[in-house]
Write a new protein. Sequence first.
Length: 187
Amino acid sequence: MKRIIVGMTGASGSVYAVDLLEKLHQNPNVEVHLVMSAWAQKNLELETDYQLKQLKALADFTYHINDQGATIASGSFLNDGMVIVPASMKTVAGIAYGFGDNLIARAADVTIKEQRKLVIVPRETPLSVIHLENLTKLAQLGAQIIPPIPAFYNHPQTIQDLVNHQTMKILDAFHIQNDADGRWEGD
C-alpha cells in the first residue's frame, strides 16, 4: 500500500486537489493523509460545490494545519511522498527556505530531508523571478514541479478533461496506476 501526503494551500485551483483526492480515494492500494490551510478551506467553498466534510471523507487521515505533532511531521513516518496541490507561492517560499511554520511546510521539509518524492503543483501567473527562483531551488533539492498547464493534443472538450490530464501527471509521478484518457499515442 502506498501512503501519500496531500497538502492543500490557499492558491486558486481547489478543483485539482478535489480531483486528485477523488481518484486516490477510489484506489484501495493508497492511504491518503490530508492537511489543508485555512485559505484552502475557504477556496474549496468559493471554487467548488464540495463541503469540507465531504472532502475530508476522501482522505484516510486528516490533520489540522497547526498540528506540528502529527505523524506526517516526522521523518520516522514512512510514506511514498507528498504532493502540494494547489501550492501557493507563500508555501513554495516557505518550503524553499526551510520555514516550517505550519504542518504543510513541515511535512514538505521532512519529505525533502528524507529524500522522498515531493510534487509541487504551483498556482500563480505570471511568475516573478522570486517565484521562479524558489521553484528552481525546490527542483534542485529534488522536488518535481508539475504546474497545471493544459495539453491540447488530446482534444479536451471540458474543464474536467483538463483537470483529468493534470491528475494523470500527478498520479504518474507517484507511479500510481490510473486509467486516464488522453495519453499521447503518437501521430
